[in-house]
Ligand binder design. Structure first.
Ligand code: CAO
Length: 418
């Protein structure tokens, strides 16, 4: 079966998490992704958070599937020549260096266009143009600068970062969409273009509903927030909302049987208006159905704490999976809090290829997350991440048509490692 991005060649200058997430997606969709790494060093994550000595870390292996790796020192003259040749044959160059690094290397956007006017240059930076454009940025900085941290956590506690890597992987996803869109436009115009995604912008985009709430504040309190029912006044910025639902249907995290010992024995429970009657019946509060104090969503808003307490009395008598089964029967939207252990063992995720087992020549088998985006005509075989420089010779020979003699000469110069 052909792949959606067959024939697209990507020069992958990415490292750590944000950029590699993007190029991994392109590789899964069929692009030939050539990761350029510093000779003998490579992507810093190869050696970070290692669980086994002297093998590529899970941090690296889980972000670099289906890619080829070449070692190349792009600051040396011979390395620059090879990079120039690669730019000529590639469709996309993706990078997430610190601001200005590509220019310092001698490959400005103008220079890249000169070498290959069809090239799409895609970059991730921490910030867009403005006061912080020169700053280096990691995940949690983006979460803080993009509005996620100030709106996450409990009202009376510290701002909180989330485990979901919305700054890195989230921005990688944004960039991937920008790249395929630019390639689509190139079909019509024949010209490449520059695509940039700033991590602050990506996080803010994902926090869109919180900017919605910021503006709603001008018209009065946010009635679906717990603090409204608790009589706590709102200040001038969107507050932290604990586990309140961000939408129009109130929801909370509730304890389930075993919560005293199991940190994940909880359920997310949404009191969707359409199934309010079933909720009342299930929890043994049928009288609420016809009581004006409880029967309409508006009447319930100031009483959400009391209502969820009653629901919790019921959920605490059942495991999270029992609650899920019972509620699903009545179309009540609930979600068990699943631990990483439970997700790793979930058969249905294995069946769809969302969780995959890979084999690696030096580390052995490991679990990974496969492509979460499914295309019916472009299926993904998840291949292990490359060893450092595993494909250097192959790329020089097969893509750039360098002779054995030339490769030998380049090797002796040190720009492609030992
Ligand atoms: N050959 C020669 N030099 C190379 C090279 C190669 N193949 N690959 C990289 N380099 C050089 C770069 O040119 C740069 O040199 P200069 O500083 O002299 O210009 C140097 O290596 C270091 O690159 P860097 O500044 O990108 O790396 P860092 O470890 O200092 O910073 C990071 C890392 C992530 C903070 C920074 O890259 C950044 O802010 N990136 C943009 C935002 C981003 O993606 N952050 C998410 C990271 S994941 O949490």
């Amino acid at each position: 079966m052909s792949k959606a991005l067959d024939g697209i060649r990507v020069l992958d200058f990415t490292h750590v998490q944000s950029g590699p997430t993007c190029t991994q997606l392109l590789a899964w969709f069929g692009a030939d992704v050539i990761k350029v790494e510093r000779p003998g060093i490579g992507d810093a994550t190869r050696g970070q958070l290692r669980d086994k000595p002297n093998v590529d870390s899970l941090y690296f292996t889980m972000l670099n599937h289906n890619k080829r790796s070449i070692e190349l020192n792009t600051k040396e003259l011979k390395g620059k020549k090879i990079l120039t040749d690669l730019i000529k044959t590639c469709d996309v160059l993706v990078e997430n260096f610190a601001p200005g690094a590509l220019d310092r290397m001698g490959f400005s956007w103008e220079k890249i266009q000169e070498i290959n006017p069809k090239m799409v240059l895609a970059s991730i930076k921490g910030f867009g143009p403005g006061p912080y454009e020169d700053c280096k940025v990691y995940e949690n900085i983006a979460q803080c600068a993009g509005g996620a941290a100030s709106t996450t956590g409990m009202l009376d506690d510290l701002p909180l970062v989330t485990g979901a890597q919305i700054g890195d992987s989230g921005t990688g996803l944004h960039l991937a969409l920008g790249i395929v869109t630019a390639l689509f436009q190139r079909e019509k115009t024949g010209a490449g273009q520059k695509v940039t995604a700033a991590m602050q912008d990506g996080v803010l985009n994902l926090c869109r509903v919180k900017l919605r709430d910021q503006q709603r504040l001008a018209s009065g309190p946010l009635e679906e927030y717990s603090q409204f029912g608790e009589g706590i006044p709102f200040k001038d910025a969107t507050p932290r909302a604990g586990n309140d639902s961000g939408g129009g249907q109130p929801g909370r995290i509730l304890k389930c049987k075993g919560w005293e010992n199991d940190p994940d024995a909880y359920i997310y429970f949404i009191t969707q208006a359409a199934v309010w009657g079933s909720i009342c019946d299930i929890i043994g509060k049928s009288e609420w159905k016809d009581d004006n104090e409880y029967s309409t969503p508006k009447a319930r808003l100031p009483k959400l704490n009391e209502i969820f307490k009653e629901i919790e009395f019921w959920t605490m008598t059942k495991t999270k999976f029992e609650v899920t089964d019972i509620c699903n029967e009545y179309d009540i939207p609930v979600g068990p809090i699943l631990s990483m252990k439970e997700l790793a063992e979930e058969q249905s995720l294995r069946d769809t290829g969302t969780i995959v087992e890979c084999d690696h020549p030096t580390r052995g088998p490991y679990l990974s997350v496969g492509n979460p985006i499914k295309l019916s005509n472009s299926q993904v075989e998840v291949q292990r991440s490359p060893l450092l420089g595993e494909h250097t010779k192959e790329v020089l020979r097969d893509i750039l048509d360098y002779s054995e003699e030339e490769i030998k000469d380049i090797k002796s110069s040190g720009v492609i490692g030992d």
